[in-house]
Design a protein around this ligand. Structure first.
Ligand SMILES: Cc1cc2nc3c(=O)[nH]c(=O)nc-3n(C[C@H](O)[C@H](O)[C@H](O)COP(=O)(O)OP(=O)(O)OC[C@H]3O[C@@H](n4cnc5c(N)ncnc54)[C@H](O)[C@@H]3O)c2cc1C
Length: 374
């Protein structure tokens, strides 16, 4: 999205803060929290409102995993790099749980990875063994907990599924930052010893800017276009059905959860419509929704439902489908944490923290460093 000159407030508010965080999703809200804890005076800015983006639309899985399986992460980042990412993810999952408890946000214990075929079961087992070797409590078993006919299941201790919008809103509200909502930022300009963040409703002077706009980043800085790409995800919710799924499940291309009231959330199938889903357009499409519906009917025979609701969300994907934390090369006062590639609940908090540490302390973000795309 962009905003036109005509849509600007006639007299935009003028403000000054130490730092401006752009994007009040889970990553920006947590970055604002970390900055406030470090004694900074922070403006948290959003084009709409906290959790308006992917953080308020996702499936709520908080998994000890990333878009790529652990064996693939090892190939990409080496064993030490993969171990470091894994340690961050485990820390992130624990923090998400602690925050959900602290803010009384509903969550369901557990989640399982499922293999649909013997070949997928072999890959899942390889992943489970690699996790075990690196100290992750994990159970691999033939079959599935629903008796639905999946080939195998991997269950990792501490995984769970949360109400993601409530959690993000709570983190934003507790951060201590001043919120500027409905304030889409259209430019970040250097003005001598400070930066000027110009939005529709407010122009904010600051020392540093933290960009946490994920899949919506395109218009903020050309450098970021090469790092993060918008990819749409779609989800449907059924009318209530009998208890079928006592623990949330994720397969290579799909995911599902059932709520206490019987409704089933079903998402994924993006890879079958790849070209169509490389977009930031916030609409659902009949072909993908039909595919999700057919998936549920195929695996849960006899299930009788109607689609009650459906929505879309925009992810940010990087070229190697791992989060990217960095500074803009020719303007080191602008930091960013982007590209969670569908796993922001698993690594978003740690990425936000690494972004702050990079900007304030010069700490290398390690395997999340965006320098790998230089
Ligand atoms: C359908 C779907 C299902 C998913 N399921 C899961 C899941 O189960 N588990 C998981 O870990 N991850 C999941 N994800 C991914 C997860 O939602 C994201 O990784 C995570 O929410 C990213 O958080 P964020 O704060 O970086 O971005 P967002 O939540 O997208 O926040 C970015 C914010 O920036 C604001 N913004 C954008 N441009 C501007 C601007 N110019 N000025 C001001 N503000 C701006 C937007 O309004 C938005 O609020 C899913 C994503 C989708 C789309």
């Amino acid at each position: 999205m962009t905003t036109s000159l005509w849509q600007d407030a006639p007299e935009p508010m003028r403000a000054e803060h130490d730092d401006v965080v752009i994007g009040a999703g889970i990553v920006g809200s947590y970055a604002a929290t970390v900055l406030e804890q470090r004694g900074r005076d922070v403006a948290l800015v959003d084009a709409r409102f906290p959790a308006a983006g992917a953080s308020g639309r996702n499936a709520g899985f908080v998994l000890t995993s990333q878009r790529e399986t652990y064996p693939v992460l090892i190939e990409q980042a080496g064993r030490d790099g993969a171990r470091e990412i894994l340690a961050m993810v485990r820390d992130n999952v624990s923090r998400m749980r602690a925050l959900a408890v602290e803010y009384d946000v509903p969550f369901d214990e557990g989640a399982v990875h499922l293999a649909q075929s013997r070949a997928e079961a072999r890959d899942l087992e390889e992943w489970a063994r690699a996790y075990e070797a690196d100290g992750v409590p994990v159970e691999f078993a033939e079959g599935d907990p629903y008796g639905a006919g999946f080939a195998a299941t991997m269950r990792i201790e501490n995984d769970f599924a949360v109400q993601p919008a409530r959690l993000t809103e709570a983190i934003a509200a507790a951060s201590g930052a001043t919120l500027y909502d409905h304030n889409e930022v259209h430019s970040i300009k250097s003005a001598g010893d400070h930066l000027l963040v110009a939005g529709r409703r407010a122009h904010i002077r600051c020392q540093r800017v933290f960009v946490a706009t994920n899949g919506y980043t395109g218009n903020l800085h050309p450098y970021l276009l090469g790092i993060v790409r918008p990819v749409r995800g779609q989800i449907l919710m059924t009318t209530p059905v009998e208890p079928l799924i006592d623990v949330a499940g994720i397969t290579e291309y799909n995911y599902f959860r059932q709520f206490e009231d019987g409704r089933v959330l079903m998402g994924g199938a993006r890879c079958f419509f790849e070209e169509q889903e490389y977009t930031a357009e916030d609409v659902t499409t009949p072909n993908l929704l039909e595919n999700l519906e057919a998936y549920l009917r195929r695996w849960f025979a006899g299930i009788d439902f109607e689609v009650e609701r459906h929505w879309a969300g925009i992810h940010g994907f990087t070229p190697d489908r791992r989060a990217a934390v960095g500074l803009i090369p020719d303007e080191s006062r602008i930091a960013f944490a982007l590209g969670f590639s569908g796993y922001g609940n698993s690594i978003g908090l740690l990425s936000a923290e690494r972004m702050v540490e990079l900007a304030l302390d010069g700490r290398d973000p390690g395997p999340l460093s965006a320098a790998r795309f230089a």
